[in-house]
Design a protein around this ligand. Structure first.
Ligand code: SAH
Ligand code: SF4
Length: 389
């Protein structure tokens, strides 16, 4: 027999399906709305807490379902409040030990950004990315994506009656949620798991539940051109594109998917992205690799390539991992590159880092902690969320 499945993270359709054998058809809509409210608005983790639902129904629900979240296997907290969680997903069957994923929380004064994973591993083999070298495991379900947010909100005291942790910071602004922003920049290529990402976004942005704004959710893609339009049209989220190079021969080496979808096609998909405007800019991520893509000429080529597009540029210092074939560009080189981009009218793309004492970079999650120059390491975390609001 399969283990009980969790409804924490479920879509409305999944909740309705769980209720279908247990309640009269005419009640399903109302019961779904009640469960939805308790799960997502109140954040309860126990069916017994749902006071307006009849006990016998709750008891039968609890026989086949739980409200379990992914388990926190380990937590690291930085002095400035950045948190990294290693999460174990509930087993999917008797032979599944439960996949592990990482999730990073980055608080600032006026926002709190959670970096979530969309897959366990990744099928694309970007040569600078540790996830890409670790092979492929599986897609996450929508519920497993939402589950990462549920864990974070539990832990940060972000549900009604919750208690914020004392060993780290959460945003202090009036009415600001601990988790106000989501970036799909953890493990995996979100656009290769489109349906689950779309369904997860629908749960996250539902006004009667978690109520996150679509403008505060950013999906990062390595350039899956045929799915980009759907993302804008069906999810309405912000888009980030992992560009990393300005010509096809270099980009093919860094992001092999470029052979299938070259830069010209990628740029066209960006120009066509539904909802992009000066107020809703597309973020272009550019990882700084020493001697590979970091020359002033390449900075100028980047500016030329993005001309006319409503763009933000996010320079990401490369974060090395054991055996990685690249090094991070020198600080001076990053500064020179960033100045050229800045002079072209893009807001300061690399921000001054704050003190950070744990390695919590999305994009290469689950890799071992590296002894990286502190300044560069901190920059990575900062720059990943730079300008995403
Ligand atoms: N698969 C998606 C989203 C996850 S990766 C994508 O590629 O966009 C999130 C970001 O982290 C991407 O821009 C990716 O290129 C970057 N990244 C991956 N490995 C990195 C590393 N070692 N150092 C710095 N950035 C890295
Ligand atoms: Fe996959 Fe993104 Fe890593 Fe490329 S950078 S291997 S697409 S997770």
């Amino acid at each position: 027999m399969n283990p009980p499945s969790s409804l924490a993270g479920a879509t409305r359709a999944e909740i309705a399906a769980a209720l279908a054998p247990l309640a009269p058809q005419r009640e399903i809509r109302m019961r779904t709305a009640q469960l939805w409210h308790w799960i997502y608005h109140r954040g309860v983790a126990d069916f017994a807490a749902m006071r307006n639902i009849a006990r016998p129904l709750l008891a039968t629900l609890a026989q086949a379902h739980t409200l379990a979240r992914p388990e926190i296997v380990a937590e690291q907290v930085s002095a400035d409040g950045t948190r990294k969680w290693l999460l174990r997903l509930p087993p999917r069957g008797p032979h599944d030990k439960g996949a592990e994923i990482e999730c990073v929380y980055i608080p600032e004064t006026d926002r709190g950004t959670l970096c979530v994973s969309s897959q366990v591993g990744c099928t694309l083999n970007c040569t600078f990315c540790h996830t890409g070298t670790q092979g492929w495991a599986r897609n996450l379900s929508a519920a497993e994506i939402v589950g990462q947010v549920m864990v974070a909100r539990d832990r940060l005291g972000d549900f009604p009656g919750g208690v914020a942790p004392t060993d780290g910071l959460t945003p202090s602004g009036e009415g600001v949620r601990a988790v106000s922003n989501i970036v799909f920049m953890g493990q995996g290529e979100p656009l290769y798991n489109f349906e689950a990402v779309r369904d997860a976004v629908a749960v996250l942005t539902d006004g009667e539940g978690l109520s996150l704004s679509k403008r505060r959710i950013t999906v990062s893609t390595s350039g899956v051109v045929p799915e980009m339009n759907r993302l804008g049209a069906e999810c309405g989220t912000m888009l980030a594109v992992s560009l990393h190079a300005t010509n096809d021969s270099l980009r093919e080496k860094l992001v092999p998917l470029n052979r299938k979808y070259p830069i010209a096609a990628l740029m066209q998909a960006c120009r066509d992205y539904p909802g992009a405007s000066n107020a809703r800019r597309i973020t272009f991520e550019y990882v700084m690799l020493k001697g590979v893509n970091d020359s002033p000429a390449e900075a100028r080529a980047l500016v030329r390539l993005l001309k006319g597009l409503p763009a933000k540029i996010n320079l990401i210092p490369f974060n090395p991992w054991p055996g990685s074939p690249y090094e991070c560009s020198d600080w001076e080189t990053i500064e020179r590159f960033s100045e050229i981009v800045f002079d072209a009218g893009y807001a300061s793309p690399v921000r001054t880092p704050r003190g950070r004492d744990i390695l919590a970079a999305c994009g290469q999650l689950k890799s071992e902690t590296q002894r990286l120059r502190a300044r560069t390491r901190l920059l990575l975390e900062e720059s990943l969320v730079n300008g995403l609001d």
